[in-house]
Design a binder for this molecule. Structure first.
Ligand SMILES: [Fe+2]
Ligand SMILES: [Fe+2]
Length: 284
């Protein structure tokens, strides 16, 4: 095993395309100052081709492992498949980068791994048919823009199912000695983790803000491995909160604000504990 990764800076929803250069510079300077062993980003880095550009800049500036999943905004202007293909190619080219959706478990220490998947608001929670919410995703992601709105619900279902299947396989492959698993994803997997101003989501928003099929996989995995801790990190709502689903399954949803760049939390990882603490800073 390589050196254990003890301190990880967790970032979510940075939306770099909304941040001014001086904000980006002071944020990266602070990250260098904190000197984590690795960076973890849970999606919505930017939009379209800018995602790859931003990842290259980060890899060059921070020069340490950067693990990431993608959020819905990262697919804007392109198709889901071409976005993923381009970022998989980028990761082959830039050794610091790991796209967790396309990657098996990353070993953090002898008993802890990191896995991840983009996830998707999969229209399995809440009231899709009655909802008045229509995200920009439907106009800006080619898969939706070029298909009949009648098929959107089944497209959302399919993306959620694919995410759930990929995570289920990664969890199934974990050896017994792994007693802690950190799961990075963009969309909250449970309604209880879908925070907005201190409340959880309603039926109107839930179809687009919860990846219900992933939630079901996580619940089953936690039941089947009662001695293993499952710690989920997600974003997408931009409002933070913690949902303790069961004794061994907890979901942290991270904070974000357009135009500012945050370090959501520092993770401190030992062989029997994963702790989160929030640095008391934000930019600007
Ligand atoms: Fe976001
Ligand atoms: Fe998002």
């Amino acid at each position: 095993m390589n050196q254990p990764l003890r301190r990880i800076a967790w970032i979510t929803d940075p939306h770099f395309d909304h941040a001014k250069l001086d904000v980006w510079q002071s944020w990266t300077a602070k990250l260098l100052d904190l000197d984590p062993d690795a960076i973890l980003i849970t999606g919505d880095l930017s939009e379209g081709d800018d995602v790859a550009y931003q990842l290259r800049c980060l890899a060059e500036t921070l020069n340490r492992p950067i693990h990431f999943v993608l959020g819905n905004h990262d697919f804007y202007g392109k198709s889901i498949a071409s976005t993923r293909r381009d970022l998989i190619a980028l990761c082959r080219d830039v050794p610091q980068l790991t796209y967790l959706t396309d990657h098996p478990a990353v070993t953090l220490n002898a008993s802890t791994v990191l896995i991840g998947d983009d996830g998707w608001g999969d229209a399995t929670e809440g009231d899709y048919a009655g909802s008045i919410v229509r995200l920009n995703d439907f106009q800006l992601i080619e898969d939706f823009r070029t298909s009949n709105p009648d098929s959107w619900q089944s497209l959302l279902n399919a993306e959620g199912r694919a995410a759930a299947d990929r995570i289920a396989e990664k969890l199934r492959n974990l050896p017994d000695e792994i007693t802690q698993v950190l799961i990075a994803t963009h969309v909250p997997p449970f309604r209880e983790a879908c925070w907005y101003e201190g409340q959880t989501t309603d039926d109107n928003w839930a179809p687009f803000f919860v990846c219900g099929q992933l939630g079901r996989v996580l619940r089953t995995a936690a039941e089947q491995a009662p001695k293993r801790k499952h710690v989920v990190l997600c974003g997408h709502t931009h409002h933070d909160g913690v949902a303790q689903m069961t004794d061994n399954l907890v979901v942290h949803t991270g904070f974000s604000r357009y135009g500012s760049l945050e370090i959501e939390s520092m993770l401190s990882i030992e062989e029997d504990i994963i702790e989160l603490s929030r640095p008391t800073i934000c930019f600007p």
